[in-house]
Design a protein around this ligand. Structure first.
Ligand SMILES: [Zn+2]
Length: 481
């Protein structure tokens, strides 16, 4: 299947849905900020945007925690869903859809997805006896374990499952998936992740379990026509990407935003621990239900602090709300977007963040804006006469090279600051008013275009700069730390 390039005026992007068993962490904050910038950028091109996020609320992890806290699972997930939705304000996110997998419509959609795949012959029942990591939501063979524990979740005991389960015939989709990757070399970005998933599929796919006995794990969506089983993770969790736009009833919205088999339209973003789930398992499920695949899956890396994995026991956790407290909303957005290349593991520390914040934002953009506004106080120049140029279709934006784009904007900031050093407008104003005004108008156009380019990245800052240029009132964008 080769995707046809079309000029679709509808744009769709989704994050993964985090489990609601812990407060939102910085890795997810980073993922959703990337998605937000892309969504704002596509809106600036005049597209109708669906930007989906939400919370994954079923499963044994949540059931266990709710039981430990002596809470009804629904009340427990209600409280967490609010915490995740608060990210919208905290990080100034522009998502349009917030789906909860406990929504009634979503549950019905998951059941319909199951029915269609079942009807096509890709669901069967068999005896299941396995070690299972609830942290990963994956089976573990002994060779994958370290001292009997999952290397990613050394504090979690493995579940020993021994029961009859429903299975999805993943193994039937190897060739289709390889075909999908081969014909669409940018299906997974970055390329090294495409190579990784291709190697995984080439190795041969194992069918995976998609249900649990209800008596052991009651917190889930009932399997259609079988009272003894509930869905386990996949049909429930992954179907949100289509149920959020009204699938299966709203076929028009589905075709517009999710796309068609010839011209898929859905962009997904996920962390590297979700590579297999998003770029292979979910794609196979779509194929099994005769639905179009995603258009593209962006796989982000992990964030470490001072070279170490973030963990409560080390005490090096940096949370999104702590960052916002220290750097403001746009400061946090900027720092999470510039911490390194998309798709690679990025290392941060308070020290590095402070330095970058001071250099680029306080001394760079903030200082430039303050100087221009102050020096142009008495200049007769109407900034609203300038036209907001259209941001061009930009391959860097489309490939999530947002740090590269921001670095190019920062280069303009440095050049404009240097222009001020070199021309010394405060002296010109006393010696040659004509040249002074000419230089200042150039600088105002510079900062105007910088503000415009920054809009998808730092929306509030853009507004503040434009207002300051119009009113010539002093403004402190980013206080020094
Ligand atoms: Zn694990």
């Amino acid at each position: 299947m080769l995707f046809i390039k079309t000029m679709n005026k509808n744009f769709y992007i989704t994050t993964t849905l985090p489990y609601v068993n812990a407060a939102p962490h910085i890795g997810f904050a980073s993922e959703i900020i990337y998605a937000d910038v892309r969504a704002r950028y596509e809106r600036s091109l005049g597209k109708n945007v669906v930007f989906n996020t939400g919370t994954d609320e079923h499963g044994v992890k949540i059931y266990q925690v709710a039981q430990e806290q002596n809470m009804d699972p629904q009340k427990y997930v209600d409280a967490y869903a609010v915490k995740f939705d608060e990210l919208k304000k905290l990080l100034n996110l522009s998502y349009t859809h917030f789906i909860r997998t406990t929504d009634t419509h979503h549950k019905q959609a998951s059941q319909e997805m199951w029915r269609r795949v079942d009807r096509n012959g890709f669901i069967y029942k068999k005896k299941y006896s396995v070690k299972y990591c609830v942290g990963c939501e994956l089976e573990k063979t002994d060779s994958e374990l370290e001292d009997g524990f999952c290397p990613l979740h050394p504090n979690k005991d493995l579940e020993h499952i021994d029961e009859e389960n429903y299975f999805f015939k993943f193994s039937a989709f190897g060739d289709n998936l390889l075909d999908l990757y081969k014909n669409n070399p940018e299906f997974v970005v970055p390329a090294k992740r495409l190579n990784e998933i291709r190697a995984f599929v080439e190795n041969g796919l194992q069918d995976f379990s998609i249900s649990r006995l209800k008596e052991k794990m009651p917190w889930g969506v009932p399997v259609p026509d079988d009272e003894d089983h509930v869905m386990y993770v996949w049909f429930d969790a992954l179907t949100n990407y289509v149920s959020t736009i009204g699938w299966p009833e709203d076929t028009e919205s589905f075709a517009q935003f999710w796309g068609t088999t010839d011209a898929p339209n859905a962009i997904q973003i996920a962390g590297k621990d979700n590579l297999r789930q998003q770029s292979a398992m979910w794609q196979a499920m779509l194929l099994a239900a005769d639905l179009p695949p995603s258009k593209q899956v962006f796989i982000n890396g992990f964030i470490s602090v001072d070279g170490q994995k973030m963990s409560k026991s080390i005490g090096n956790v940096i949370s999104p709300s702590e960052m916002v407290e220290r750097y403001g909303v746009d400061g946090t957005r900027y720092l999470l977007l510039t911490k390194g290349n998309f798709g690679e593991d990025n290392d941060i520390s308070w020290e590095k963040l402070d330095a970058k914040y001071n250099a680029d934002l306080a001394n760079g953009l903030g200082n430039l804006t303050a100087r221009i506004v102050k020096l142009s106080e008495n200049i007769d120049f109407n900034i609203s006469s300038l036209e907001m140029g259209k941001i061009d279709n930009n391959h860097r934006m489309e490939m999530m090279k947002l740090n590269v784009e921001l670095e190019m904007i920062m280069e303009k900031v440095r050049k404009a600051n240097k222009k001020i050093e070199d021309t010394k407008p405060w002296e010109l104003s006393k010696t040659d008013n004509e040249i002074f005004e000419k230089v200042m108008k150039e600088l105002m156009v510079d900062i105007f275009s910088i503000a415009h380019q920054l809009k998808p990245f730092l929306p509030e800052t853009t507004e503040k700069i434009l207002t300051a240029l119009e009113t010539r009132e002093r403004v402190i964008l980013f206080g020094r730390i």
